[in-house]
Design a protein around this ligand. Sequence first.
Ligand code: AMP
Length: 492
Amino acid sequence: MAEAIQFPPHPYLSSNPDAPKDECGLFGIYGMIDAATLTALGLHALQHRGQESGGIVAFDQDQFHSHRALGLVGDNFNTPDVMDGLPGDMAIGHVRYSTSGDTAIRNVQPLFAEFKFGGLAMAHNGNLTNAFSLRKRLVERGCIFQSTSDTETIIHLIAISEYGRVVERLTDALGQVEGAFSLIALTQKKLIGLRDPHGVRPLLIGRLGDAYILTSETCALDIIGAEFVRDVEPGEIIVIDEDGLTSVKPFAKQASRFCIFEYIYFARPDSVLEGKNVYACRKSIGHELARESHVEADLVVPIPDSGVPAAIGYAEEAKLPFELGIIRNHYVGRTFIEPSDQIRHLGVRLKHNANAAYLKGKRVILVDDSIVRGTTSVKIVEMVRNAGASEVHMRISSPPTSYSCFYGIDTPERDQLMAANMNLEEMRKHIGVDSLAFISMDGLYRAVGEAKRNDDPQYCDACFTGEYPIALTDHQARTEPNLLTLLHESGE
Ligand code: AMP
């Protein structure tokens, strides 16, 4: 009889306090003194991609040096003590939205391992969708894991690869993983960067004098005055060493599926990703939203900060005044990352306040980028009504978020997603607005420069459509017990 296979709890279950959460930012630099300081600056610019932990590994002459900590980059990489301990002209760093608690430090990246060929540090943005299945096989072969991070699976696959050279081993390892991954790695001699064959998460190349940079967003180049060279292509591996930059494309070509939510919410508005300025995309979504679902009103008010660019676009198109009718306290972290519902509610009140003089007696159009659980919207609407608004309309610059993301954006399970459980009218009532509208899928695609969404979409939009471009092996194993038995019986 097949024995039960214990899979670790699903990464997105908040009941799993040690769960990997994978909203991340990457920065690596090769060939510049004080590489770690430049990396800390780059990570600071990427702080929006992960605020709970950060780490830097630098290489100097014959030694790797590492510092990893829970908390913000500016709080952890700000003293001579720390920075003097990270010498060298090559370094990689990582910011991450991980879990809090004393066990979380073991998951803070970059991860580091000593292999047959020498040391290697690795930092990952994305989420592997077959990491648990692979991990089970690796553990059965005797591998000892030290973290719950899916990235460690790649480290073990590199270690047991039968190939000789590091890039070949890496290619061999990545040929076995499924999911979304932008990775950077540092060896004694090389800075390596790559994107999964669908290119779900960003990664781009920059230059600062003779030095090369690999990072998630252009805002991390701007902060140190570096130039943008180009995006790393989906499925491309970039190797930077004393011979300069080389590119290899060892994986079978796949359709490009860059995450459309990077444009809606996740990336910083001043970044340019895949040739598109993020702020311009958000404003265009606002224009489309106003064309699709305008309603008579007196003013347009963003839910700060994420709703601001779309609200500017909406107000421009609707020819209405744009007002900061809600003010955000910047000293509170993102509401969404608080662990419990109770604290999340509290967080919303801590974070936003109504600018009542601008709302009283007004018909207000509130604009936000997305509704996930609906917590933010419910609280904000109540606050705007209490401030005396005569009508409150809500416009959302993404389609309804009806499906969880398995590729590196932290979203709750479907049962907690408002749009997965209510229709539009139910959502309107629940939020307490006079009208509610979301951008249409075609409107969203138009805003990012496509004629419409077709059957072979250029982006990953699984959180809105449920069309997952990459297999969800672990998730299926978890939700389909028969598959577990099959996997086990076939000896996999
Ligand atoms: P909720 O209150 O659960 O509906 O969350 C919606 C708010 O969270 C919106 O204002 C978004 O700006 C923000 N948000 C959406 N997705 C994420 C995410 N993956 N991480 C953090 N914040 C998010």
